[in-house]
Design a protein around this ligand. Structure first.
Ligand code: C2E
Ligand code: CA
Ligand code: CA
Ligand code: CA
Length: 279
């Protein structure tokens, strides 16, 4: 008993856990430095209209060039950044940089180009997030309709009322909104109906098997029908083969993204891709 209380409630970590925590702390201080040190950079993945292949939008995807670890993909640091709150600084950086880049492209002969930017739960829970977006748009000189923010179902379901306030404020500003990773969460359709969103992105996990899995075909077709009845534009993500792309076009899916068309590209390569693609 004596031995048990000797720690006075301070948790004793297993050696493995200690390493884990230490790793987490290093990662956190690294993350805090990263935004200032310009260690993040952005890639742009084309989003095309399936009907005719026209492209006037791209999704922005962040990467972290860590001085020791090399390029770190977002799945390895975004969830951690969300837990620690560091995501707020990252989102601010991503928004500012994306909109600046977009303004440059619009001036350089792509006036109708727009960008999709990913945001997280933590961003939606910040009361001043809409104001922050408005400021970033104003500073870059980009109109709200050229920005689409992607939000996952689970981010909304974390705190539906708070998320709804935020989404409505963004919607009033004229910012477009997309539900990301659709089908992986558990949002009720009744709720979805009340969200002020314009785009629905069907998760890659339903798309990749579309040429062979009949269950996926059923899910995707009914999702497209439902979304169209609700007036939403449907985007399929993760298209890797011609067969899948053709099926989606036959099902009436509106837009497409995937390695079949292009991987996420650095800014200059995206412009080259776009010019070639339009010729
Ligand atoms: P997401 O928003 O669902 O983004 C799509 C992911 O699928 C990207 O991975 C993209 O590179 C990948 N992808 C695109 N086409 C294909 C394909 O045909 N096949 C396969 N296998 N993959 C494809 P990435 O860039 O590693 O990003 C992973 C996730 O990290 C994103 O998933 C998003 O949730 C998050 N993320 C990325 N950038 C940001 C950001 O700036 N802010 C926030 N909050 N999250 C971000
Ligand atoms: Ca996304
Ligand atoms: Ca997605
Ligand atoms: Ca995803």
């Amino acid at each position: 008993n004596e031995a048990k209380s000797a720690n006075h409630g301070v948790r004793v970590f297993e050696p493995g856990m200690e390493r884990h925590v230490e790793h987490g702390l290093t990662l956190l201080s690294d993350l805090r430095r990263a935004a200032e040190a310009d260690e993040f950079f952005l890639l742009f993945q084309p989003k095309l209209r399936l009907r005719d292949g026209h492209c006037d939008a791209a999704e922005v995807l962040v990467r972290w060039r860590h001085p020791q670890r090399g390029v770190v993909p977002p799945d390895r640091f975004i969830p951690f950044a969300e837990q620690t709150g560091a995501i707020k600084a990252i989102t601010r950086w991503v928004l500012q940089q994306s909109l600046r880049q977009l303004a440059r492209w619009q001036r350089e002969g792509q006036p109708e180009l727009s960008l999709n930017v990913n945001v997280s739960t933590r961003d939606l829970m910040q009361p001043d997030f809409p104001a922050q977006v408005e400021r970033a748009l104003r500073q870059a000189g980009v109109s709200a309709r050229h920005l689409c923010l992607e939000v996952t179902e689970s981010a909304i379901m974390d705190d539906p009322l708070l998320a709804m306030d935020c989404l409505q404020a963004l919607n009033r500003m004229g910012v477009r909104l997309a539900i990301d990773d659709f089908g992986t969460g558990y949002s009720s359709l009744a709720y979805l109906k009340r969200l002020p969103v314009q785009e629905l992105k069907i998760d890659r996990s339903f798309i990749s098997g579309l040429d062979r899995d009949e269950a996926d075909v059923t899910i995707v077709r009914s999702t497209i029908d439902m979304a169209h009845h609700m007036g939403l534009s449907v985007v399929a993500e993760g298209i890797e083969t011609e067969a899948v792309g053709q099926r989606l076009r036959a099902f009436g899916c509106d837009q497409a993204q995937g390695y079949l068309y292009s991987r996420p590209l650095p800014a200059a390569d995206f412009m080259d891709w776009l010019r070639q693609h339009r010729d």
